[in-house]
Ligand binder design. Structure first.
Ligand code: ATP
Ligand code: MG
Length: 464
């Protein structure tokens, strides 16, 4: 695969660039328009796209956006003869790697392209390794490498193709439905996966929803209606929150499980179905049995194979994988090129207990991706309840085998700038004052950390 794609409408410059990069043994393609660049990107994958800002009928931003959509790990460098601060900021905001001003200084150009190629290659290598890991551990999109989850995956693979009834238990958000769907996916059953939310169906409708009814069975029954049990024929019936089934229906469900036969409400005939039942609950089902709220005979019929999903805090090894997975998922959904999470942010997440389990982690990452423009997810986009769980005293940071003091200080500086900006409602002059900095020095630091300047800054610049 080629290394560089050059997009430049001016032929002489295109030639100069071509010779320059060929001399350094890079392989490259040259496009003279956005249209042609698209054709190249559709066919090939590049590490770096070097594009002119002004292209006939389009702009370098179109190229940048196309690159991000089609090759999110590549890096785009923009070149322009018409430099404006707004454009440069916009380019960086959109995720460009760099913004160069024409006439180009070849030495600078080569250094930047070299670094961009290195960045792209590291990202690609990381991605490849993560994909490898993911494939190794995942069952049908389920992430986990902790011994507890690996054991569950092994069991799932073993039982998926059988017709055995399965009971999945575990706290809310631990992935019960995900596992149930995976079992169905691996089962090769040709029918559908039908969810019955036992907690949400009103008692009066429950029987007819589940088993169907015939016309005239009750006042509102104007037509024959198939039940969810029939919908699940040849597939899987997922009884979610099974302990919520009303007692009188528990008997009928037991009948179905024992004979694979059921009867629509108001009908005299029975029908036969071929279903696989998976039930789930986040309640302690044994104590429901003890209290007489769940029939013991049905319990034994359902609890043939038990999958107990551990809370997330008991399988923290899975957190980094889940975090990566959700970052990838939500940055793809939101069209962003987010490059993972900072070490500190991950550390904070690892220290949290997650009462809402994987669902809560997923929500936190979705929010963090939304609040992050590009680069890595930092501590600043994590919710307060996570940030407050562990404010490490400086004296304890050496337990990780020493620290990089400069990096630590930069991180603290960035955090302080962001929190001052928040405190000052985004007003930069005020934020600078809060930190005891001159506006000039504040602005310099903002630039250093890629904290984008907005119009308000331009206004204030004029005032000065
Ligand atoms: N191991 C996992 N890998 C990837 N995603 C997961 C995993 N476990 C859970 N999730 C995600 O977490 C969310 C919650 O999972 P799910 O709905 O299966 O939980 P649940 O146990 O059924 O919760 P509840 O008891 O509240 O219904 C889903 O968005 C799911 O995609
Ligand atoms: Mg559920």
């Amino acid at each position: 695969m080629p290394d560089i794609l050059i997009v430049e409408d001016e032929e002489s410059l295109r030639e100069v660039l071509k010779i320059n990069f060929k001399r350094q043994n890079y392989s490259l393609d040259c496009a003279e328009s956005f249209k042609q660049a698209k054709e190249f990107i559709d066919k090939n994958s590049y590490d770096v796209v070097l594009t002119d800002y002004r292209l006939k009928g389009s702009s370098g931003f179109d190229v940048l956006k196309y690159q991000q959509e089609k090759m999110p790990l590549a890096q785009t460098i923009l070149m322009t003869a018409y430099a404006t601060v707004e454009n440069a900021i916009e380019a960086l905001k959109l995720g460009a790697y760099h913004y160069l001003i024409k006439p180009l200084k070849m030495e600078e150009l080569n250094a930047i392209v070299g670094k961009a190629i290195e960045t792209a290659r590291i990202l690609k290598e990381n991605y490849r390794l993560k994909e490898q890991l993911r494939k190794q551990y995942a069952v049908e999109g389920i992430i986990g490498k902790s011994p507890k989850m690996v054991k569950i995956f092994d069991l799932v693979k073993k039982i998926a193709e059988t017709k055995t009834t399965i009971l999945i238990t575990g706290q809310s958000g631990t992935g019960k439905e995900v596992i149930a769907r995976a079992i169905h996916g691996l089962s090769r059953r040709e029918g559908e996966f039908i969810v019955v939310n036992c907690g949400a169906l009103p008692e009066s409708l429950f029987e007819s929803e589940l088993f169907g009814h015939v016309k005239g069975a009750f006042t509102d029954a104007k037509f024959d209606k198939r039940g969810l049990v029939e919908e699940a024929n040849k597939g899987t019936l997922f009884l979610d929150e099974i302990t919520e089934i009303p007692l009188n229906l528990q008997v009928k469900l037991l009948g179905l499980l024992q004979s694979s036969r059921a009867r629509r409400v108001g009908d005299t005939r029975e029908y036969e179905v071929d279903i696989r039942v998976i039930a789930a609950t986040n309640k302690n089902i044994e104590s429901e049995v003890e209290k007489g709220r769940f029939r013991e005979d049905l319990y034994y019929r359902v609890n043939v194979i038990r999958i107990e999903l551990p809370p997330l805090k008991e399988r923290k090894e899975d957190i980094p994988l889940l975090v990566d997975n959700f970052i990838r998922l939500y940055s793809a959904e939101q069209n962003k090129a987010i490059q993972g999470i900072s070490e500190d942010a991950l550390k904070l997440i690892m220290n949290y207990d997650f009462p809402g389990n994987v669902r809560q982690l997923e929500n936190i990452i979705e929010r963090a991706v939304t609040l992050t423009k590009d680069g890595k997810i930092g501590m600043d986009v994590l919710p307060d309840f996570i940030r407050n769980t562990s404010c490490e005293p400086v004296s304890s940071i050496y337990q990780y085998g020493g620290i990089d003091l400069d990096a630590k200080l930069m991180e603290i500086e960035k955090e302080a700038i962001l929190s001052a900006l928040k405190e000052a409602n985004g007003k930069k002059t005020q934020a600078a004052r809060l930190l005891g900095l001159s506006f000039r020095s504040f602005r310099y630091r903002c630039q250093k950390y890629g904290i984008a300047a907005d119009e308000e800054e331009a206004e204030e610049n004029k005032e000065q």
